[in-house]
Ligand binder design. Structure first.
Ligand SMILES: Cc1ncc(COP(=O)(O)O)c(C=O)c1O
Length: 357
């Protein structure tokens, strides 16, 4: 396909969809349209543009009057910037063993920020006060990195969702011990849609100190935001963001995407739709002999076990990942643009491949 306005040529088939990650999806058309709104003319670079200024009001509507948003490029960067704002050089953060900061960031919190991640195994990706206590000890002992923060993800890497009460209990527990709380909200919109609650119910109102707010998985081209909820305890974000190479010069184009996402209900429509597609997939595969759904489906991911050779053949037709090479568990993720027809075709392919087993 060619377009008279550009020399770029379409190199992919836009009808192809898979179940590997919500990151595989393209950009929501309302977000693409927002770029054109912000384009043209000159605006002050590095975040002093009018879009980033207005964005503060947009975030405050969701997270309360004290919230301050710092747009960044990606989720790993958001986590690394946020954690640095919580911890001194000798600090450590307690997280689930399955946390993105532990397993999927190439050690960036350790290498870029110099922060030790103290992990605890969890059955479902969720921390509890009791689990936190397995690592929350040894304050004052100079031989131990000081556990001064907790990081949890909502929704978790295993597709599970904390209730607002569970997050509040973690925040109260952490604060009683002098620890601050970071929430990796790369899929916070999916959690809010799943529980039918406003974004602040799991964050500001629950006592979270700083948040990595996810845009990319929710329909943006790129962009996440570090959102400070407790400005007394979380400071110096603007310096940390630049030092961590997360300061966009043309920031207006990150900010305008967030405005398009959060000023109305696009965030909720996209997340609610992705979740509904995961439920449709779950309901269909639960009916199939030979497929076992192994985790609760509470957001936009389905985890299942099926014969390995069936998964391998199915992978030739659809992209998805093995989550656990040992057990053969696979992860199927849905996105804002997954259609009912995509699910039905995938399920039909799965049944076909099982029949050949
Ligand atoms: C829980 C979680 N946090 C953060 C991220 C963001 O990572 P990045 O944008 O750096 O790929 C992801 C992406 O998969 C994620 O699943």
């Amino acid at each position: 396909m060619t377009d008279p306005h550009t020399d770029a040529v379409r190199h992919h088939d836009p009808s192809v969809r898979g179940f590997a990650s919500d990151n595989y999806a393209g950009v929501h058309p309302e977000i693409l349209a927002a770029f054109a709104v912000a384009n043209g003319g000159h605006q002050i670079a590095y975040g002093e543009d009018q879009y980033t200024e207005h964005l503060q009001q947009v975030f405050r509507r969701h997270f309360g009057d004290r919230a301050e948003a710092f747009p960044v490029f990606n989720g790993t960067g958001a986590n690394v910037v946020a954690l640095q704002a919580l911890l001194p050089r000798w600090g450590a953060v307690v997280a689930a063993e399955s946390a993105h900061i532990n397993v999927d960031e190439c050690g960036a919190p350790e290498k870029i920020a110099g922060i030790k991640v103290l992990t605890v195994p969890t059955p479902d990706g969720k921390l509890t006060p009791e689990l936190i206590d397995l690592q929350a000890w040894g304050w004052g002992d100079e031989h131990r990195a000081q556990p001064l923060a907790v990081s949890l993800a909502q929704s978790t890497e295993l597709g599970t969702v904390y209730t607002a009460e569970e997050i509040k209990a973690i925040c109260d527990h952490a604060h009683e011990r002098g620890m601050l709380v970071h929430l990796d909200g790369s899929r916070l919109a999916n959690a809010a849609a799943s529980q039918g609650l406003p974004l602040r119910a799991f964050t500001t109102d629950a006592g979270v100190d700083v948040l990595s707010y996810g845009g990319t998985k929710n329909g943006l081209l790129f962009g996440e935001a570090v959102v400070v909820l407790n400005p007394e305890r979380v400071r110096d974000l603007k310096f940390l963001r630049k030092m961590s190479m997360q300061l966009a010069s043309k920031m207006r184009f990150v900010s305008v995407q967030f405005e398009a996402l959060l000023a109305g209900d696009l965030w909720l429509r996209n997340a609610g739709h992705a979740n509904a597609m995961a439920r449709r997939l779950e309901q269909a595969v639960r009916e199939i002999d030979g497929v076992t759904v192994v985790r609760p489906v509470e957001s936009n991911a389905v985890f299942a076990i099926l014969p390995r050779e069936v998964s391998e053949r199915l992978q030739k037709r659809y992209r998805f990942y093995f989550w656990d090479e040992h057990t053969g568990e696979v992860r199927w993720m849905t996105a804002f643009d997954t259609t009912e027809a995509d699910i039905d075709a995938f399920v039909a392919a799965l049944i076909e491949e099982l029949g050949r087993a």
